[in-house]
Design a protein around this ligand. Structure first.
Ligand SMILES: Nc1ncnc2c1ncn2[C@@H]1O[C@H](COP(=O)(O)OP(=O)(O)O)[C@@H](O)[C@H]1O
Ligand SMILES: [Mg+2]
Length: 442
């Protein structure tokens, strides 16, 4: 095993970092020599076995691995399977003596991105490395964002005085009109306790409703932050953020649908801004539109929790299932998603025609965290008062205020609870999952 140089690449004069894995020393030397002639690529390590390749991949996290398919001990296919799972940012190029279609197919399934045939031709080597790297960059950036988001959440215990936890919670539904905005405003409001600083973000870029439902008139919106995204001034950010009477901070979306493009044209920008600003808030709650695009995916990646909203109807549940399947593919942990069923009928007739919570939970393979009943009167009154539903009445035991508060409590304890020292459940019943929190299907 030998290694050299940094494993990072990026910025100007970007250098593609490469790990070579082959059991034949001559091949390693040859490829290394060829690569040394090029300015934009560098061999940062060489491994002689599959096992060594896997451990060096984890340690060096290169951009590219050039992997021999035939090796004693662990072959290139097995090593690639392990590497793509452990280091998803890396792209593997498989090398073999001849183009055996079955080998190639298996290599593809293991996660290889391209192939080189021995003996290696100089130009083909350079082209393949550059092409694979260019294609892999956006994918690697997505994974890096997930990792970055995890690092972003410092443990409560060692957080500095002005450095807040910055938990990001995205509220989403693939269907419109199901209560996403209602739930986002209420969860944000519910999280404002014990001095927590909360930011509500309207990422429904074309038809965001937050400025209406909370009656926030302001000239400034997130559109103004976009030109400065690479060099965001936190003071500018604070000036742009609106403050609701309740103290809730709100980052409003574009004022008109046609201005949405400015934000959408740079799908990473909003996530980048929130990442930068997260340390100034305890919680950031994001309201979204139904549109599943790159911008939304970047927000999902960044989020510690995704509150997935559905109604007890077949189309709504079906669409949520499609999104959850996507999350599985993205390898999001199961507990990243909190399922909220809204507009649950409480009269017998309505219940009969609705899909039951048990069925929803079974079909979506996740527990329903909160079932929120319909109550037009209370919800509409809150809109008229321009306050979140949970802040609209003194009596917090009324539905759906009670259930919306349960949901925000569940979010709070999932995010903050885990950073606190564990208490024996018998000794502290408050630590148990709230009885109001329905945990079905388990
Ligand atoms: N639990 C509820 N009971 C009664 N009406 C609700 C409830 N949740 C949402 N609504 C109403 O449904 C409509 C859509 O809600 P909204 O939060 O704007 O959904 P979305 O953001 O998903 O489009 C609004 O008129 C809202 O007042
Ligand atoms: Mg909405």
């Amino acid at each position: 095993m030998s290694k050299s140089g940094a494993s990072q690449s990026g910025g100007e004069g970007e250098v593609i970092t490469i790990l070579l894995v082959d059991d034949i020393p001559d091949t390693l030397e040859n490829i290394k020599k060829l690569i040394s002639f090029e300015q934009d690529m560098k061999v940062v390590g060489t491994a002689r076995t599959g096992t060594e390749g896997v451990s060096m991949a984890k340690e060096l996290r290169p951009n590219i691995i050039i992997m021999d398919i035939n090796m004693p001990d662990m072959d290139g296919i097995q090593a690639t399977t392990l590497i793509t799972e452990a280091v998803p940012t890396v792209a593997v190029i498989m090398m073999s003596v001849q183009n055996d279609p079955d080998y190639l197919r298996r290599a593809m399934l293991a996660g290889a991105r391209n192939f080189l045939t021995k003996p290696i031709e100089m130009d083909e080597l350079y082209n393949t490395i550059r092409t694979v790297h260019a294609r892999n960059k956006p994918i690697a950036a997505q994974y890096a964002a997930v990792e970055g988001a995890a690092e972003l959440r410092p443990k409560m215990a060692n957080r500095q005085a002005n450095e807040r936890a910055g938990h990001i919670i995205t509220v989403y539904s693939p269907q419109g009109g199901v209560g996403t905005t209602t739930i986002a405003t209420s969860v944000a409001s519910g999280l404002m306790k014990e001095g927590s600083k909360v930011l509500l973000v309207d990422a429904d870029l074309q038809f965001g409703d937050i400025s209406i439902v909370l009656n926030l008139q302001t000239q400034s919106t997130m559109v103004e932050l976009i030109p400065d995204v690479d060099d965001l001034d936190t003071e500018l950010f604070e000036n742009i953020v609106a403050t609701h009477d309740s103290g809730l901070k709100v980052l409003l979306g574009p004022k008109r649908p046609e201005f949405a493009e400015e934000v959408e044209n740079n799908p990473e920008a909003l996530a980048q801004i929130l990442k930068k600003i997260a340390g100034h808030y305890d919680f950031i709650v994001i309201d979204t539109s139904t549109r599943l695009d790159d911008l939304l995916l970047a927000l999902f990646d960044l989020s510690a929790k995704i509150v997935m909203v559905c109604t007890p109807t077949i189309p709504s549940v079906k669409n949520v299932r499609l999104v959850l399947d996507l999350f599985d593919k993205l390898k999001y942990p199961l507990d990243k998603v909190m399922l909220a069923v809204n507009r649950v009928p409480d009269d017998r007739q309505g219940k009969r025609s609705a899909v039951s919570l048990e069925k929803i939970s079974d079909f979506l393979k996740r527990p329903v965290v909160t079932a929120i009943p319909s109550n037009e009167q209370i919800v509409n009154r809150a809109i008229n008062k321009a306050v979140p539903v949970v802040a609209s009445e003194r009596d917090k035991s009324k539905s759906p205020i009670k259930e919306l508060l349960d949901l925000s409590e569940a979010v709070y304890s999932d995010l903050v609870g885990e950073d606190e020292p564990e208490l024996e459940p018998e000794e502290d019943p408050r630590k148990k999952p709230s009885g109001l929190r329905l945990r079905l299907g388990r």
